[in-house]
Design a protein around this ligand. Sequence first.
Ligand code: CU
Length: 365
Amino acid sequence: MKQWLKKWRLVSVFAVLALALSGCGEPFLSALKPAGEVARKQYHLMILSVSIMVAVILVVVIIFLVAIIRFRRTKAKENMIPKQVEGNHVLEIIWTVIPIILLLVLAVPTVAATFNFGDTAAMEKKDKDGKPKELVVNVRSNLYWWEFEYPGLGIVTSQDLVVPTDQKVYFKLKSSDVKHSFWIPAVGGKIDTNVDNINKFWLEFDSDKAKEAGNVFYGKCAELCGPSHALMDFKVKTMSKDEFAQWAKDMKNVGKDGVTPTSDLAKQGEELFKTQGPKGCIGCHAISPDNSTPEAARTAPNLTDFGERERVAGILEHNKENIKKWIKNPQAYKPGNKMPAFKDKLNDQEIDALAEYLMGLKVQQ
Ligand SMILES: [Cu+2]
């Protein structure tokens, strides 16, 4: 009875562990749950190569087992010498041709898919006004934040990539400091962002999968870039084509002064924000979506629609408390990032006003 109880305990521990581990990982943060054409093709390639590998391992293990069992040393077969097959042409042809066939089965779809993922010819097509016909997003990576510029729409945003579903979105990617890598595990990638060349590719976001994921996908930097590399996250907000057109229009409607604050506290925050010099924020952060500012001057995330962000700085839950904590001491949350601390420059009331202002930066009508 006691023994049985012991076993039962062990089994229940494993059962609970299995349950807990199966809850690991964010939904749609996995390449094994594809949510777009690129990720799906990549997934199929993975399945194909794993299947080939498993088949080869199985065949080799079976032949190996047969050999050691059939030809093991026994009393009865003490003096038996198995048939010698050295130099057997048929066998040699078989074990040369089979790997060649397997490699071809693996190579043909892989090479075809690789060229397909890199086929961005359509992104250069211009309409009669010289604007790209397709949706193009210029991605720029920075220690430790992401900028997304829509050249065809004349707008810039940061940290939250906004895209329409069920259409190809073309990306031009580069970095402004060190090498990073752009990866949306459930949708596709990863692709390096480099300082001295532009990489291009496309992605497509499925509307039904996006709906399941709550219209937000997770994006990551996938190239070790510094102490806060693991915190260099971004989010992808998906919407229908119409909603996207409306979002772009709402963004465009924000003038160069940014979204107008509504409360007195937020107005005070706006004034503090726009103060020039070391106490203010406007020297680094833009609050208008205009993309005509040169890139070199865009040294911090564009905050035009910051009130609608999914996270603060890509990682903290988006609420007023976290914004205040971030402004006071950004280094505590993302070591090595380029924003100075304001805990000694501004008092609590001023930081409260700033957070109030930032929470109100909403563009969607
Ligand atoms: Cu990184």
